[in-house]
Design a protein around this ligand. Structure first.
Ligand SMILES: Cc1ncc(COP(=O)(O)O)c(C=O)c1O
Length: 399
């Protein structure tokens, strides 16, 4: 079956946060939304079929996870990453953010610190702060238009400080984002190994947010942190989902994998206090996606890769002073507007009011995101072209 990703589907009136929420979020209904990370594409047919079948049953009460879904997850992780996962390691949560809240609450006490790598997906900040912990950022380094891990800085985070008054609180956990939102890095095995060794040596648990794991482009390979070794597995909480890959984020179903029994028990105990049971439609959609969604997914990845080529080419040839940080994974492009010489608030106003595009402002991803903006290119090419045309026009008017 051939899917048509060029089809423009009108999402207005469906309660879409991306489209119907644009007036509320950006203050202008004429803004073209290219922000929040969902896609403007219809899902794979097997997913819709599974949801319709479940809907016909007409009772939607509290739900448990079936053995067949657990085995679909295990099969997929084996197939995609050669990672052997035991059924009892798998926990479902209504979303990855709720899982991050649960994990931080389970692992970290008020006053402890949690590592992140800015610029990074901004809800990580509130997840940490809401639990009374401090944020410590091992900022990524931008070298020749490519973000890299600053290992020296990471090691330094664990050195005792000379000035006792500024002694940092104990770093208990790290929220790793891989593939990385917003900079699009898909970390190599070498990078993950080096990072993991430093963290394990310092007794830091890695909460690995791998929600974008299946949107990875040619030449790159996603490696689950926990799949690297038993030691890594035992020191990790992995968060995955079919939500980004199969465009089912609204169904709020995520897969959390915790091999270490002690960590898992603690997580489950906290989860029981915080979170409800999974969404029945999310469960059947995930199972169907994992079992029958690959035909759609391979066509999607081809389309996204073409969109990315189109975007890079367009910006290079037609939008002066703007650069694209080429993502290795995710359908999010991190655009560098720094040469325009605007401060972050002026850039934000410029994109909204002049260009009339709704991107995510770079500075919300952390200080090092100032001067950048994130553009979601998971949309039909005509919409992408329209967004780029708007940015081109606005930039050309001011230079
Ligand atoms: C890195 C990352 N983690 C988590 C989420 C949100 O996850 P959920 O909707 O499952 O809470 C997103 C959504 O964009 C994301 O990019």
């Amino acid at each position: 079956m051939k899917y048509n990703f060029d089809e423009v589907v009108n999402r207005l009136g469906t309660g879409s946060l991306k489209w119907d929420g644009v007036g509320l979020i950006f203050g202008d209904k004429d803004i073209l939304p290219m922000w929040i990370a969902d896609m403007d594409f219809k899902v794979a047919k097997p997913i819709t079929d599974a949801i319709l079948k479940r809907a016909k049953h007409a009772i939607y009460g509290y739900t448990t996870v079936s053995d067949s879904l657990i085995s679909a997850v295990i099969d997929r992780l084996k197939l995609k990453y050669n990672w052997d996962v035991k059924p009892e390691w798998i926990i479902f949560t209504p979303g990855v953010i709720p899982a991050l809240y649960t994990a931080i609450k389970a692992l970290v006490s008020v006053g402890d610190s949690v590592l992140i790598q800015e610029p990074v997906y901004y809800p990580f900040f509130s997840v940490i702060r809401d639990n009374g912990a401090h944020i410590v950022s091992n900022d990524l380094k931008l070298i020749n238009n490519h973000y890299e891990i600053d290992f020296d800085d990471l090691e330094m985070k664990f050195l005792p400080k000379k000035d006792l008054l500024s002694e940092p609180s104990r770093i208990k956990a790290m929220i790793l984002c891989n593939p990385h939102n917003p900079v699009g890095r898909v970390y190599t095995k070498e990078e993950l190994t080096k990072m993991g060794e430093i963290l394990i040596k310092n007794e830091v648990v890695v909460i690995s947010d791998e929600i974008h794991c299946e949107i990875v482009y040619n030449g790159h390979r996603h490696i689950p942190f926990a799949s690297i070794s038993e030691e890594f597995a035992n020191n990790s909480i992995t968060c995955m989902s079919g939500s980004k890959t199969f465009n089912i984020a609204g169904l709020e179903t995520s897969i959390i994998i915790i091999p270490n029994e002690k960590l898992r028990k603690r997580f489950i105990e906290v989860k029981g206090r915080l979170l409800s049971t999974p969404n029945p439609f999310g469960l059947v959609a995930t199972e169907s996606a994992f079992r029958y969604g690959d035909e759609w997914l391979s066509q999607l990845l081809e389309y996204l890769e073409e969109n990315l080529r189109f975007l890079i080419d367009y910006v290079e040839k037609r939008i002066p002073k703007v650069k694209v940080i080429k993502p290795e994974g995710t359908y999010l492009a991190w655009l560098d507007f720094r040469e325009l010489g605007m401060d972050e608030y002026t850039l934000s106003e410029f994109l909204r009011k002049k260009a009339k595009v709704g991107l995510d402002d770079g500075y919300v991803f952390g200080k090092s995101g100032a001067g950048f903006a994130r553009l979601n290119f998971a949309c039909p090419r005509v919409i992408l072209e329209e967004g780029l045309r708007r940015i081109e026009k606005a930039v050309k008017e001011i230079i």
